[in-house]
Design a protein around this ligand. Sequence first.
Ligand code: NAP
Length: 437
Amino acid sequence: MPLYKVAIIGAGPAGYFAAQALQNSVTEELTFAIDMIERLPTPWGLVRSGVAPDHPKIKTVAKVFEKIASDPNFRLFGNVELGKDVSIDGLTERYDAVIMATGSAIGRKLGIPGEELRNSISAAEFVPWYNGHPDFANFEVDLSGKVAVVIGAGNVAMDCARILAIDPKELDETDTTDHALAKFHESTIRKVVISARRGAEFAAFTSPELRDLPKLEHTDVIIEASAIDEASKRAEASGEIEKSVRSNLDAMRAIAEMPKAGNERSLHFQFLLSPKEIIGSEKVEGITFGINKVQGNKVVDTGKTYTIACDLVISAIGYEPLELNGITFEKGKIKNVDGRVIGTNMYVVGWAKRGPSGVIGTNKSDAAEVVELLIGDLKSPKIGGDISELLASNHKVVDQQYWSRINGAEILAGEARSKPRVKVVSISELLRLGQSL
Ligand code: NAP
């Protein structure tokens, strides 16, 4: 039976769902040897370093990833960096197809004065820091102030704001990295503001995340009912309201109408504010917004401004990909047509293909569509070597067994502290942990 070799670069959700789509396509006439290549010694991508620690249910998808990885025709090559340890040409020469699942890791910039001030940070730094991504082990954030402002009306902004506003006791039994948890316990931030540049009807939050907010035990969540009433009126006036918008508005109205417990901690949603300038001499001292209004289908500047004194600004306004040598990028994506990199045997899935949008499950159908095209393009299988020919003989590859030992050790450490796991942050320690058991 013909065996095709497929290399997948990136062990995040998009990479695993591409592997799953290949596995689901196996027939008597067609089978695949899948090599998944990952820069870190730990797989799972954003499920490990993106999903908020207080949302453990979302992380249960890792069980699906481990099942995909248990197939005898699947091999993990962790601790292997594209462009450093292996070249893209070396892979495209040896594999029938190479699937890029490299995501989008860099925070988009606001491009406003004061963005460079100390304590003006990006969600693309804050989130991997509290989730224990090794690249952010030494990231510094000062939580000694009282007020934080998060810019953006998406789920990443909501994660950042909630994690800052939550009583850290509610994080004690999560897998929040120890260094971040210690900092949250010392934090004096008590008011967190999420600012959206458009009205509530345009917010990119998803309603399950909004509906979770009233469950915060020690934080008042505050949305002005008038902002939701006005947003609903505008949405009604512009025609039929999409189901997701209605659901979001309902969830926000429920929050607005909820009695407030008078907690010291609060999380506020503010709409129709465009960030204009971050103020401060050396560190963040405030942020000035332009006040917007809705005119027809557009949001326009009223010319009025509004300033919030604050100690921390987090921008959560989307991501851009890290550019890779030998790969052409266009508009924040690897240049592709429906997932095909034209003229090559390369394919793209996930955020690298479509930009930073969609929840984890979106990657499943997306990867299945790309894999269908890939299968349609296959010619006779390539004869010859694989990634092993490209790696130095002493390269420490984290294969599935090695990762299972790391995973097991982290879970074991967690059991003693009633946590799902205790994440190890340093790469050398992760490599040692996998070896020593
Ligand atoms: P997002 O959903 O695209 O939201 C980005 C937000 O930034 C939008 O509200 C956008 O407003 C705003 N924005 C962009 N440029 C701006 C600017 N210059 N000034 C002010 N605001 C600006 O992106 P995300 O939050 O990074 O999330 C990425 C994807 O991951 C989304 O699909 C999200 O649902 C998903 N995710 C899901 C979960 C979950 O399921 N729990 C958690 C995290 C992330 P405009 O709409 O006005 O452009």
